[in-house]
Design a protein around this ligand. Sequence first.
Ligand code: BGC
Length: 743
Amino acid sequence: MERKELLELLNGLSTSEKIGQLVQLSGDFFDESMDVTETGPSEKIGLAEEYNLYNTGSILNVLQADKIYQLQKNYLEKSRHKIPLMFMSDIIYGFNTIFPIPIAQTCSWDFELIEQSAAISAEEAYYAGQQVTFSPMVDLVKDPRWGRVMESPGEDPYIGTMFSKSVVEGLQGKQANKIEEKKLAACVKHYAAYGAAESGRDYNGVDMSLSKFYNQYLPAYKAAVDAKVKLVMTAFNTLNDVPCTGNEWLNKQVLREELDFEGVLITDYAAIEELIAHGYASSPSDAARIALDAEVDIDMKTAVYANHLEKLIEENVLSIEQLDQAVLRVLELKNDLGLFENPYRGLVDESVPTAEDDHREVALELAEKSLVLLKNNGILPLKKDKKIALVGPYGDNANTLGMWAINGDPSRTITLKTGMEQVFSESYLSFAEGAPLIENIERLGFSSNITAGKVKLPEYDKGALLEAALKNAREADYIVVAFGEHVLESGEAGSKTDLRISEAQSDLITQLAELNKPMIGVIYSGRPNNITHLIDKFDALVYAWYPGSMGGLAVANILSGRSNPSGKLTMSFPRNEGQIPVYYYNYRTGRPIKSDNENSRFTSRYIDESNYPLFPFGYGLSYSDFRYHTISASSKEIKEKEKLEIRVKISNESNVQGDEVVQLYIQDKVASISRPSKELKASKRITIAPHSTEEVIFKLCIDDFSFFDNKGTSVLETGEFIIFVGSNAEETPLSLEISYIAS
Ligand code: BGC
């Protein structure tokens, strides 16, 4: 449709029909045939009886193609203007083929592969009739207590930015105006700074200086907007005491004006209504006023817009122009999706291509690259023809997809046992569960019928489980322990204060360690756990995160050496919960710890623990042995229009080919506000053949040296910068200084 036609369509709508376009409901508001509408869900959210469901603009989280087809067909038959419904859902890291969870994906530092995985997710979902996905989630997070760490890109602004751009481009296509076939419209979330929830408690308030907001948190959302993301989702939290969903400064000034976002702003689930619980709106009507004033377009799953906007407009509290602007954005999105031409996009083609095998290959590659080898005293890769006892509740568990794999099928998931059987000979393998994965499910907070489906609490005898595992372990040469957190212990509302692995699993590990056999740990989790007390018990430790459909094979390939580990952490691992937040880009203090005496008093330190994380950002081991040699710069000065080239030489001293993720950090030595000790500005993943050397060239531009001041203004100041290059945030053996002189 041309814009002129869209405007005509808009002008032909009554006020209530316009408002309907801003209302998003779930599929259960309509019965199968839509001859009768369901009243239960409407009553539940308090939707006024006079609300006409056939004005509704969009539907969330209906996954089945046939249901979508039926809903659309019946809707179009019954609605006056025949504006197609728009279907949205959470396709966060896969639809049929499930990829590793996002925090794991970013540990690959392979943004092309991440883009490819997003494109596959889009394609698979497209053929199930999905049109919009609530992805990418790019909330920067420094606090592993927060359960949503699993769906975030981690602690670093550069990684968040790269991830954001890759996912948007994978889902939508590059710089897409129209959303083509096999693509979805993307929705970046949760705007903004949701990952900085105080105390790591989900939905909690967020406080931060403007410089931290602009320098650290905003860039990843901005990257999505720059990549032409079609939607932005508001966050549940307050930012500096104002709820994001009703925050005019955030949504109008920053998002619409500064970032130049022209697309649809949708709320998070029921977030407009929550303005009342925040103590920011006095009533649902007040909440509607605040949200539309803040240019929020779609109300997800509440009756607030549906019940109150019309009266507010009649009474001139809100203007019809404000309503029209929001409705036009929604119509434009439907138009960009091609819905007016084909309301059944993705659904009509009978012969849906199933390239699933190819998709699973990509999932395997991404899983292998996402796994992080945290420790290896030389035991890995495991020798063949040795007896391996596979032990632990994740040894043969397919429930390793993470909380957002809403369409994920555990029966299509390769468990570690299956993967190891493929890679090692079956006859060399035994398996025993050893301990329950989770014992107390009450605090997970799901109603018992949901929990019953998702958390199996089988009748078990703990002593018998342990005995069987110890028996197998005694007979083996190696013990591989697969353990971790249940998938429902992270994800939305999965905040925790104790990040240690459950007692039953820790006991299992302690008892196995007493057998004094080489022991390898494989941890499945949605967050960095506190593993300080366990690490010494293992000869090697692999962090598997939730590795997706192909996870078991990926881990087995790493253990056997078929694949050389290359993942690097995108979040620091705390030594204990008291250190949180612990992250690499520390702000410098007036009393830094002394490098020659970390125990001297009156410095910025703990008296009972190191300042440093257990494993720093950027860390991850390989079976190769990489050495950093030389660094040089194309100029001593940064110039306005020239790229600064930094060249480094890295060798592989081992007999195995491997991938190294080379990381470039900068430090602004003196500035008008105190700047972090190190900031990641570039990275390159390179493959280095055995006993050879490679040169890596980084190209930095002037913007890499600017920053936002405490008013949110971007500044570039005369001064000196240190450039560091290395293998993680703490190990940067190469460095040099350059300067910038403002003209
Ligand atoms: C989550 C969002 C999600 C939405 C829709 C909310 O609870 O915070 O991330 O997109 O539900 O399912």
